[in-house]
Design a protein around this ligand. Structure first.
Ligand code: GUN
Length: 297
């Protein structure tokens, strides 16, 4: 596959397998972790969960397990939903000052009485491996060193895996403008030289936009946002959505069965972007340690 040409559509798109790609990247992370640990720089990630949101409990368990698998030091701090904002801010400050911790992740959503924004901004930008801090968002915007938000970073890695690293001449259409996916996704695509259109609930004719796209990234959180008639033959379709269908089965934002007949490449749900998000969290944590190791010689 050359970087400039997505495969022409046949009857069915090629899958971009997030599990297989994750396995490759995690093996590289594990190898580098062993080298750094031998030099006294064992990567450490702290995951903080407040309350008992069932989905969050699964996510944090998966994150901690992924850390263990690659040889990181990991800490899971679980607190009751009654924890105050001041108590959480004090925990974040303690983790900022803990030399065994290189990355801090406070699982969202937080209970309603805690201000998410205030907590994220309390995390040291040097340990912001989620890439949610304003300093990280700003660094991405101006092309400075920071941490990239894990989900869009994982999407970029998936594009790279099919030879699409330099996106010069490509038109990418992002559906959704959230701070944690849509906006950073647009910035990363732009940094890779794509021409980028960001669409959202205020877009008049979404299909007219997506039909022009060589790459579509759907990140809305709503089923069937992208259907086959909205896709240019051979386009690359990345599905960030995580929804449940009427039978309770996990599905994305894309009408997978329809779109796979038209697209050149497509990511499945589950087994697509999902595993890549955790993988890029590991990559960011490793990167935090690499920077420290370089600095400390
Ligand atoms: N909640 C859902 N996804 C995420 C994530 O990637 N990071 C954090 N901190 N919270 C989340």
């Amino acid at each position: 596959m050359t970087p400039s040409a997505p495969a022409p559509s046949t009857t069915s798109a090629q899958l971009i397998d997030g599990n297989a790609l994750s396995k490759q990247v995690r093996a590289q992370v594990a190898e580098r972790t062993a080298e750094l640990s031998a030099k006294g720089f064992k990567p450490g990630l702290a995951v903080v969960l407040v309350g008992d949101n069932p989905a969050s409990q699964v996510y944090v368990r998966n994150k901690v397990k992924a850390c263990e698998d690659v040889g990181f030091h990991s800490v899971l701090e679980k607190y009751d939903a009654s924890m105050t904002e001041a108590e959480l801010l004090a925990r974040v400050e303690a983790l900022n000052n803990d030399p065994s911790i290189h990355g801090i992740l406070v699982q969202l959503p937080l209970p309603k009485h805690i201000d998410d924004h205030k907590v994220i901004e309390a995390i040291s930008p040097l340990k912001d491996v989620d890439g949610f801090h304003i300093a990280s968002a700003g660094a991405l915007m101006v092309g400075e060193v920071g941490f990239k938000a894990c989900t869009p970073y994982g999407c970029m890695k998936m594009l790279e895996s099919i030879g699409m690293k330099d996106l010069r001449g490509k038109h990418a259409v992002v559906i959704g403008r959230s701070n944690i996916v849509g906006k950073p996704m647009a910035m990363m695509l732009l940094a890779a030289n794509a021409t980028v259109t960001v669409t959202h609930s205020g877009t008049a004719d979404l299909g007219a936009m997506t039909r022009q796209a060589d790459i579509v990234v759907a990140a809305v959180g709503k089923r069937n946002v992208l259907t086959a008639d909205m896709v240019k033959p051979g386009a690359v379709v990345i599905d960030v959505g995580m929804n449940r269908n009427d039978e309770g089965k996990l599905c994305g934002d894309v009408d997978f069965d329809g779109v796979k007949q038209v697209a050149g490449y497509i990511t499945p749900v589950p087994g697509g972007v999902g595993p890549m998000t955790i993988t890029m969290l590991l990559v960011n944590t490793l990167e935090a340690v690499e920077r420290l190791a370089t600095q400390q010689g």
